[in-house]
Write a protein that binds this ligand. Structure first.
Ligand code: XMP
Length: 506
């Protein structure tokens, strides 16, 4: 594997993604908490950083831990750190060095630069520059404005690059990373979803033995894939719980429960609708609703897990981005910390935690799901928030409002599927607005509710654009909703991007 040391760059995760795309396993660790170098680490990459090596408190690392043991690649800050520690000079850049640049000189005999084109486009993003290299460092690539775009330390497998090969704007970035990871570090490209499944099931068997595991399922991709892996390892000792909080999509509880049963999972469906509605009665504040939903979920789940005799583990669908977030250079987030506050936690949270997906990115979870032959209807699902329709009904929540929104949402989502648009959309849903408007149906005046449709494109939900759905499609759906859902006489379409809006309305 490749070890990636994180100095806090916004691109560190991208380095990991690119290495994984080469079918090579890698892990990110913060520069100030480095794991022991084991034999399976074949190379180390030092990431970029928002800091400057010229700062007094600049993040630092002892390079002798790796030098002459495994090949080293410094990216941006990582490269500058290597140069400075070797006795070179790093100074503020005289000209701005952000964005596209073209390589101008290149040592094509150098292993790192093999098959990289002389005029290849690279992505620069730095305010410091390496002004002087130590004696035994050799320039292996330059751009018109950056003499030291890449270097190699003579007699060592140590390399530095000023640009960012991990961003897609660096045209041959992937080739360059392949040169390092495969040709220089000698990693075998054998990390595939099949291998992951095989080795994870073996590890789970060894770890869990005859222990019982309880797990909450949501119908989403992560928890379904995690449960399937654990199930392959321990079979009926995995007890799954799927809670109907009364805020799911139409028929979702029955449909998802059905697919889980088909998959052979030992899953118990718990109808707790009324408990949630009672707890939500008259609450209108979005955060208060979220808290109430979260609290009742914990109560229900705690109750159910007590019914399983001698359960030792809690299974979770945590994925790698959540883990990186909690160990990042910027420090664990507040919510993660509260997990360690065991005293006040419900009993199930005191269980040991097993998280078989905590080394995978979202797209890798889908690939693993495919290998496990999980149904496309589960793997291709749009994300759906934990509080469900509860945060799409503005104002207070009642069973009747849920019913109306379920009907609207059902027509919209099914319409997207029928029109072949579902997979082009990252997330879609409907919002029930807390206002009535006047309409006319036949000869009758109506005064009924307004719904908004929302469909967005996105990569990770952090930013999103509203979907430019065809007018004809919107016209048909609007008709279907107003004619088909009693209580709704007006449909609007949300054309806000995130930022400044968010995907959900609450
Ligand atoms: P926003 O509205 O913040 O949503 O743009 C971004 C993504 O997160 C989902 N979301 C939630 N998921 N609990 C969840 O599990 C929540 O409280 C929650 N709020 C928003 C939202 O559906 C979108 O995919």
């Amino acid at each position: 594997q490749i070890l990636i040391l994180d100095f806090g760059s916004q691109y560190t995760q991208l380095i990991a993604r690119r290495v994984r795309e080469l079918n090579v396993y890698c892990e990110i660790h913060p520069y100030n908490n480095i794991p022991e170098l084991t034999d399976d680490v074949k190379g180390v990459i030092l990431s970029g950083s928002p800091c400057s090596v010229r700062q007094d408190d600049a993040p630092d690392v002892d390079l002798t831990l790796f030098k002459n043991k495994v090949p080293l690649l410094g990216v941006c800050y990582g490269a500058q750190l290597m140069a400075q520690k070797g006795g070179g000079k790093v100074l503020p850049s005289k000209i701005r060095e952000y964005g596209r640049a073209k390589l101008a000189k290149l040592d094509q005999h150098n292993e790192l630069m093999k098959e990289i084109a002389i005029d290849s486009v690279v992505w620069m993003s730095h305010s410091d520059t390496i002004a002087e290299l130590p004696e035994n460092f050799k320039v292996i690539a330059s751009t018109p404005s950056v003499e030291v775009a890449a270097f190699k330390v003579e007699g060592e497998e140590t390399y530095g690059i000023q640009f960012h090969p991990e961003v897609t704007h660096s045209a041959q970035g992937k080739e360059l990373l392949r040169n390092f990871v495969v040709h220089i570090a000698g990693c075998a490209q054998d990390w595939t979803p099949d291998i992951f499944v095989e080795s994870t099931v073996e590890e789970l068997k060894a770890k869990l033995g005859n222990d019982k595991v309880v797990m909450g399922l949501s119908g989403g991709v992560d928890s379904s894939v995690a449960a399937t892996l654990i199930h392959q390892a321990i079979g009926k000792n995995l007890y799954c719980i799927f809670v109907d909080n009364g805020l799911l999509r139409k028929n979702e509880f029955e449909d998802v429960l059905d697919s889980y049963k088909h998959m052979g999972l030992n899953v118990k469906g718990v109808d707790a609708k009324q408990k949630f509605y009672d707890a939500l009665k008259d609450i209108t504040d979005p955060e208060a609703k979220r808290k109430a939903i979260g609290r009742v979920f914990i109560e229900v789940f705690d109750d159910e897990s007590h019914k399983i005799d001698g359960v030792k583990w809690l299974g979770q669908g945590t994925i790698y981005p959540d883990v990186i977030e909690s160990v990042s250079v910027k420090g664990p987030s507040a919510t993660i910390k509260s997990h360690h506050n065991v005293g006040g936690l419900p009993d199930f949270m005191k269980l040991k935690v097993v998280e078989p997906l905590n080394t995978l990115f979202k797209d890798e979870v889908r690939l693993v799901g495919k290998t496990l032959e999980i149904d496309d209807t589960i793997l291709g699902r749009h994300p759906f928030p934990g509080p469900g329709l509860g945060i799409r009904i503005l104002g207070d929540i009642t069973a009747e409002k849920v019913r109306i929104l379920q009907e609207v949402d059902h027509l919209f989502i099914n319409g997207l599927k029928k029109a072949g648009l579902y997979d082009d959309v990252w997330q879609a849903g409907a919002i029930l607005l807390p206002i009535n408007s006047v309409g006319v149906m036949g000869d009758e005046r109506t005064y009924e509710q307004v719904v908004s449709l929302r469909a967005v494109t996105s990569v990770d939900g952090m930013t999103a654009d509203w979907c430019h759905l065809p007018y004809e499609f919107l016209a048909d759906i609007s008709n279907d909703i107003i004619n088909g859902v009693k209580g709704v006489n007006r449909v609007v379409y949300d054309i806000s991007s995130k930022p400044p809006a968010t995907i959900e309305w609450e």
